[in-house]
Design a protein around this ligand. Structure first.
Ligand code: PLP
Length: 410
């Protein structure tokens, strides 16, 4: 008899986006003539940078000839990409890594979800709330979350760090010590960032308390304001306490191509039950070599191309397109009297629902009365109640039209 991992059974039945899809489908069936604008799911809409497309064509050509064909690559990624990452994403900020500290992958979802493989089940975990659901669900699967309180929507063994307008979306250092803490900046879903001073508080806390920070910087490329940190390693001491996750998905339209990377510094250690310090870099390398067979050569060449002069220019243009959407949306929503957060250094707008309306209620009202789809904030955690997330990844005309509809509706 095969026994299942019963922690999977603890997960609530359905996933946020399938609940939304069901509600949208019901609306479409009952209102076949109405066209809806989707500003809900965080997928990109603009094509890949030309430089990446050309690099992929070239890589495909290489695959057609025996002399240049590539089979299995290094599980950690090709040096040409790792070197480009170090040279372009870190060195200009005065941060230096060896090639064996960067692990190329098929994206940040896999890495943030899989990192628990190398961490003990008994770790206490802290998370900002609202949060990217992968962090919670993967900890439930790994047996670290405890039990779900259906009333509060909270897991008993997770320390929640509420981020709401009341604390300006700045998580307070927890009263109770945690072994691991997830931070995501720029933040999904709130679109907010942490200042260097705030981030330093977390690094100092982690160093003092021997806490591991799992830092998700998937939206780093959207930072517009000079003083906002792009990497946790901009803070002194972070190499001793943090893993950083990055993704090409939102940076360069790779959501369907799949590529990201994770930095695990050699200085970073955690302990065994006996108190022996172990390099997490070694464990992650072992995990990847055993369970991952590398990102495709063609994909890695496409990722490398975003660091070329043309690639950089093309990426900048696309990000500027989305951030102009964000600006149009923020101004449009604010003109209706709504309170809007984010959208300055991130492609997400976090909108306070008016008059204390619940997230799901506001979602339905906006769908039925303005024919615009958002994502109910409460779907990202209890502190998301009373908010709705809109994304700036849509088409410009759709964003403008959605703002017109919301203005007429409210
Ligand atoms: N991390 C955050 C915070 C995200 O919002 C997302 C995607 O929406 C990811 C990671 C996943 O990125 P990837 O496409 O690289 O798996």
């Amino acid at each position: 008899m095969a026994l299942v991992n019963e922690h999977f059974l603890e997960l609530p039945g359905s996933y946020l986006f399938s609940d939304i899809a069901k509600k949208v489908n019901t609306f479409k069936v009952t209102h076949p003539k109405q066209d809806i604008i989707r500003l809900g799911i965080g997928d990109v809409t603009q094509p890949l940078p030309k430089a990446s497309i050309e690099a992929m064509h070239k890589a495909v050509e290489e695959m057609t000839r025996k002399e240049t064909f590539r089979g299995y690559g290094p599980e950690q990624g090709y040096d040409f990409l790792i070197e480009a990452i170090i040279k372009n994403d870190y060195a200009p900020r005065g941060i230096y890594f060896s090639t064996s500290e960067v692990f190329v992958s098929d994206g940040a979802k896999s890495d943030t979800g899989n990192i628990g493989d190398i961490l003990g089940q008994d770790n206490s975990v802290g998370m900002t709330d609202p949060v990217y659901p992968v962090y919670i669900d993967s900890n439930v699967m790994g047996g670290r979350a405890g039990t779900l309180d259906a009333g509060t929507g909270r897991w008993s063994n997770i320390t929640y760090l509420p981020c709401t307008s009341e604390n300006d979306f700045t998580p307070a250092i927890p009263q109770k010590r945690v072994d691991i803490v997830y931070l995501c900046y720029p933040n999904n879903p709130t679109g907010t960032t942490l200042s260097k001073a705030e981030l330093k508080k977390w690094v100092d806390y982690a160093l003092e308390n021997d806490t591991l920070i799992l830092y998700d910087a998937a939206y780093e490329a959207y930072i517009q304001e000079k003083e906002v940190p792009h990497s946790i390693y901009e803070i002194k001491g972070a190499k001793k306490c943090a893993i950083e996750f990055r993704s090409f998905s939102k940076t360069a339209g790779f959501t369907g191509v799949r590529c990201g990377y994770t930095v695990v510094p050699k200085e970073l250690t955690a302990t065994t039950l006996k108190g022996e310090r172990v390099q997490l870099n070694k464990l992650w390398n072992r995990r990847q070599c055993t369970k991952f067979n590398g990102t495709s050569y063609i994909t890695q060449r496409a990722a490398e191309a975003i660091y070329s002069a043309e690639g950089k220019e093309q990426v900048k243009e696309t990000i500027s397109y989305y951030m102009t959407n964000a600006k149009i949306m923020k101004e449009g929503l604010e003109a209706t009297g709504l309170k809007v957060y984010g959208g300055v250094n991130a492609p997400y707008l976090w909108v306070k629902t008016p008059n204390g309306t619940g997230s799901w209620r506001f979602f339905e009202q906006m769908l039925y009365e303005a024919n615009v789809v958002g994502t109910p904030g409460v779907g990202f955690g209890p502190s998301g109640e009373g908010y709705i997330r809109l994304t700036a990844f849509g088409d410009r005309d759709d964003c403008v039209e959605a703002m017109r509809r919301i203005k007429n509706w409210l």
